[in-house]
Design a protein around this ligand. Structure first.
Ligand SMILES: Nc1ncnc2c1ncn2[C@@H]1O[C@H](COP(=O)(O)OP(=O)(O)OP(=O)(O)O)[C@@H](O)[C@H]1O
Ligand SMILES: [Mg+2]
Length: 324
């Protein structure tokens, strides 16, 4: 399959007075055309910084470097600010956790959607209205004509998130990034938006979905990447990683999913906390919490190895029959 996005050795450092936050520290993965990649990991593991770095949507004090960061062959690190404006929305679009912060309360939905469509597609307003309406239909919006004439305060949170998804799809982006798109919504609306993301993933060439919910990743995505303290711990096909997780961190995350069938009724969790990315532990960053840590784990950083076709793991035990 042809590669859509290639990320090799991506590093994003924030140089602050107290030290350098190595929020993303040498992450590599790829998304092929037609694929959906899910990114999971505990809070602060660098998921949002990874995707915002891909978009180059970072504060000026962020230092982003990579051996390779390309989308459809375009070197994203070489783009000027003007070129980035053209890429955002048109080639890469992003849906955020809290949609209401990204919508202007003072303008109608029609104005906000058509402004974006006209900017990228260089078409007349009437044509842009048609596209906006079609997109609202695509995302299952009831009464799209009334919604176009509405102001954001007249709509629910779930409707606004649907509008954000419609808006992000309106310029046919090659890559759609959804960063915890359902966290701010109530449970029934969450299920609707997840179903919608599954339905619309065929309308873009690629999807990156960030969520803490591994069940959602299993449902929607083809590949999964597990991040921890700025590093990629494991990535590969969803079936491989979910059925045969090779990294103790992935195993811990999967064991921590509450199950009704759990007879002991004991909630599993990974003891300890995610370490500081200013002064991370030596060797494997997960070693202080790893039940299988060996002396080498606290001394040497494990390389990322391919333990099965397209299944990569950064663990000293990988390839040796797993951790024991
Ligand atoms: N603008 C910033 N300036 C300084 N540090 C930052 C900035 N943005 C993120 N960080 C730090 O980078 C690290 C990774 O943050 P990130 O937002 O990517 O985590 P995350 O995995 O998305 O977590 P969550 O699941 O809570 O959304 C954190 O330690 C965070 O404090
Ligand atoms: Mg985040």
């Amino acid at each position: 399959m042809e590669q859509l996005l290639q990320v090799e050795n991506l590093k994003t450092y924030f140089k602050l007075i107290d030290g350098t936050v190595k929020a993303v520290d040498g992450v590599s993965f790829s998304v092929n055309h037609g694929e959906a990649l899910g990114i999971a990991g505990e809070t602060g593991s660098g998921k949002s910084v990874t995707v915002k770095s891909i978009m180059r949507n970072m504060p000026s004090y962020a230092e982003i470097t990579a051996d390779k960061l390309t989308l459809e062959g375009i070197d994203l690190l070489k783009l000027s600010n003007k070129e980035l404006q053209d890429i955002w929305g048109k080639k890469i679009a992003m849906i955020f956790q809290n949609p209401t912060s990204f919508i202007n309360p003072l303008f109608t939905i029609e104005k906000q959607m058509t402004d974006v469509i006209c900017f990228h597609e260089k078409i007349k307003k009437a044509e842009a209205v048609k596209i906006a309406r079609n997109m609202l239909v695509l995302v299952g919006m009831p009464d799209p004509d009334a919604v176009l004439k509405s102001y954001p305060f007249q709509l629910s949170g779930g409707m606004i998130q649907r509008i954000m998804i419609a808006l992000s799809l309106s310029c046919n982006p090659s890559l759609l990034i959804a960063d915890e798109p359902t966290t701010a919504l109530d449970v029934t609306i969450q299920a609707q938006i997840i179903k919608l993301l599954g339905d619309i993933k065929t309308h873009t060439s690629g999807l990156i979905l960030i969520t803490h919910n591994l069940a959602i990743i299993t449902e929607i995505c083809d590949k999964v990447a597990i991040m921890y303290a700025g590093k990629m711990m494991e990535w590969g096909g969803v079936n491989q990683v979910m059925k045969e997780p090779a990294h103790p961190y992935t195993q811990g995350l999967l064991a921590a999913i509450p199950r009704l069938s759990n007879e002991s009724k004991k909630l599993e969790f990974i003891p300890g906390n995610i370490p500081s990315t200013v002064d991370p532990p030596k060797g494997c960053r997960f070693s202080p919490r790893c039940p299988y840590a060996k002396p080498v784990c606290t001394q040497e950083e494990p390389p990322m190895v391919e333990i099965a076709p397209s299944h990569f793991v950064a663990c000293h035990c990988a390839g040796e029959g797993g951790c024991r």
